[in-house]
Design a protein around this ligand. Structure first.
Ligand code: F6R
Length: 241
């Protein structure tokens, strides 16, 4: 695993955006897997800036959302689809047919998981997957105790994740209890992974993920087994490494 420790969250996001920009320039028709959440917001802003000011083009690239809350409509500002549109997809030049989001309103969740899995396969897999890290060690919405062999699947969110994400909902009781997420198998199948982590509140999870044993109780620890991971962390997140 390569790692970059930046002096601040914003510097980490600039590093991460450089890495993503390089991947897109090297392979314009690449498939990107995209995390939502607070951590990558500034990275996406920098990619938008690079698109507007430095000619970085996503016209041939494909986007896959990493996960989505079950039952939250894409027009809902709390949905990850909304987040990705507002922060990246709607701000750059992805072709609409190359944007793949999870249908969180699908009546048949298992069929939706299978459809999304087929989409990823039809695209030849994900070239660069951008991940954040949950305080409980989750990646995507693969919560502690997750199976390492699962593909796209429905996840029951833990109380810790529900509490951590309540800030995105007007009423904490509205936080969904379920999500659809790429599974650990899909994550390990990505050709490259960028793990972006910021803040003191992630330092213990990052320590367990990178310095502990590979253990389903810390889902991110599975990244130790992937051949091409780049960690970009700010110094607070990296303080226990
Ligand atoms: C988001 C996702 C989650 C987040 C993680 C960190 O698509 O899959 O794993 O990356 O919960 O969230 P933030 O960045 O909000 O701290």
């Amino acid at each position: 695993m390569r790692s970059v420790v930046a002096s601040s969250h914003s510097e980490a996001c600039l590093w991460a955006a450089q890495l993503v920009g390089r991947a897109v320039r090297d392979k314009p028709a690449c498939a990107l897997g995209l995390a939502a959440g607070e951590t990558p917001r500034l990275m996406y802003a920098e990619l938008v800036r690079m698109h507007r000011e430095s000619g970085l083009s996503f016209a041939q690239a494909t986007a896959f959302a990493l996960d989505e809350y079950v039952g939250v409509a894409p027009a809902d500002p709390a949905s990850f689809s909304f987040f990705l549109y507002r922060n990246l997809l709607g701000q750059v030049d992805f072709a609409p047919h190359n944007i793949h989001l999870i249908d969180a309103l699908a009546l048949d969740v298992n069929a939706e998981c299978a459809r999304y899995e087929r989409r990823i396969a039809a695209c030849g897999g994900i070239d660069l997957l951008i991940l954040g890290l949950g305080q409980n060690g989750h990646i995507g919405f693969n919560e502690p105790g997750t199976s390492f062999v699962q593909g796209v699947h429905r996840v029951g969110l833990t109380q810790a994740t529900i509490a951590a994400n309540a800030r995105h909902f007007a009423d904490p009781s509205q936080v969904p209890r379920f999500a659809i997420s790429l599974g650990i198998r899909n994550i390990l199948e990505a050709k490259k992974i960028l793990l972006l982590v910021s803040g003191k509140n992630k330092s213990e999870a990052l320590r367990l993920a990178l310095c502990g044993s590979v253990d389903p109780r810390v889902p991110a620890s599975v990244l130790q087994t992937h051949p091409d991971v780049t960690l970009v962390a700010d110094h607070e997140a990296a303080s226990l490494l």
